[in-house]
Design a protein around this ligand. Structure first.
Ligand SMILES: NC(=O)c1ccc[n+]([C@@H]2O[C@H](COP(=O)([O-])OP(=O)(O)OC[C@H]3O[C@@H](n4cnc5c(N)ncnc54)[C@H](OP(=O)(O)O)[C@@H]3O)[C@@H](O)[C@H]2O)c1
Length: 330
């Protein structure tokens, strides 16, 4: 097992301490060949649009190497022009198990360590009227937004542990506040027996990601790797990307956008959580916009439910976690 020599203390210390300056540098010219002293390797899933792309721009501008893990090569190449410098595209379709395997095999071949993994990509096509399945037979939202980040993180764990201070950032949603009774249906997470609702499927997956984070924090005790969850607030989305939305939903999103922040604003919190020294020893936390800690839903903090959800997760994936609590203690 990959334990780290130093024990991580104060895992719930306040983020607000020491956060006076944004540790993000102005963009460098693309032609710059200067390699920063402590360049990090940062994987961002879904880095071709929205918050993921904006975060990739910040992190790249700060001198770090960004691996844009995207499913569509054309969209990724377009975004890469804006992100520039040291960004690299890696093909990754989170709705496909074999794609996750291919991507992680490629990372293993190319990189000795991964400093930050941002599990940003998500399927939130709420216009669906029927349950959709992945080629591997999983309900698409549950797999893309929860099982896939768990599998991806697990398969990259050795590379994260090889970093001097690996960081895992999962992404949840402030919209969960509007769904106070949301649970993870342990008997039917993929809507095989109950009526399908894309919104319920989405919020269930975002709740499960909070639990994944808290579970990781436990498993990683004794290592230098931290795991935190970012609670994304109402952020403007590019409606042109969702051509199949019914008109009423487009109208709703247009009204919502009047109260939303830009992806760039939200991405500052991603970049700080990924890079700032003040977040170094923070683990198991829920990070809110703008870069402050907040409390997760009570349900998502219950250790018994977390254990049940993660047992179900690994059972569905048909794998054993690559790191376990017992390993980390030895
Ligand atoms: N916007 C909000 O108000 C809001 C609120 C709460 C939480 N969030 C969360 O914030 C994160 C970023 O959302 P955003 O607002 O930036 O939306 P976005 O612009 O639509 O970005 C979503 C990204 O996920 C990628 N993606 C979707 N399915 C994928 C798959 N199977 N494999 C690989 N990549 C896939 C998309 O790639 P393609 O370009 O190929 O589709 C896109 O790059 C998500 O986790 C979302 O749940 C957003």
């Amino acid at each position: 097992m990959r334990t780290r020599p130093r024990f991580v203390k104060h895992r719930f210390q306040s983020l607000e301490n020491n956060v006076t300056a944004v540790e993000i540098l102005p963009p460098r010219p693309i032609s710059s060949t200067v390699t920063p002293m402590k360049q990090k390797t940062v994987i961002i899933t879904g880095a071709n649009s929205g918050i993921g792309k904006a975060a990739a721009k910040y992190i790249s501008a700060a001198g770090h190497r960004v691996i844009m893990a995207c499913r569509n090569a054309e969209r990724a190449a377009q975004a890469q022009i804006e992100i520039g410098a040291d960004s690299i595209v890696g093909e990754l379709d989170l709705a496909s198990r074999s794609s996750i395997h291919q991507f992680t095999d490629w990372v293993h071949r190319e990189f000795d360590a991964v400093d930050v993994l941002i599990n940003n990509a998500a399927d939130f096509d709420l216009s669906r009227t029927e349950r959709e399945m992945t080629p591997d037979g999983f309900e698409r939202i549950w797999f893309t937004n929860h099982l896939a980040p768990v599998l991806l993180t697990d398969r990259l764990m050795d590379r994260l542990v090889s970093s001097p201070q690996g960081r895992i950032l999962n992404i949840s949603s402030k919209g969960l506040l509007m769904h106070p009774f949301q649970i993870v249906d342990l008997k039917d997470p993929m809507f095989g027996k109950r009526p399908y609702s894309p919104a319920k499927a989405y919020y269930q997956s975002k709740l499960a990601q909070i639990m994944h984070t808290r579970w990781l924090e436990q498993q990683l005790t004794g290592t230098m790797v931290t795991a935190n969850c970012i609670r994304v607030t109402n952020v403007r989305i590019d409606l042109s990307r969702f051509t199949n939305l019914p008109q009423w939903m487009k109208n709703l999103y247009s009204i919502k956008s009047l109260f939303s922040i830009t992806p760039e604003k939200m991405a500052e919190t991603y970049a700080k959580a990924a890079l700032n020294e003040s977040a170094r020893d923070v683990s198991g936390a829920m990070i809110d916009y703008p870069f402050k800690q907040t409390a997760p839903p009570v349900y998502a903090k219950d250790p018994l439910v977390i254990e049940q959800v993660m047992q179900l997760t690994f059972k569905q994936l048909g794998i054993q976690p690559s790191i376990s609590f017992e390993d980390a203690q030895t």
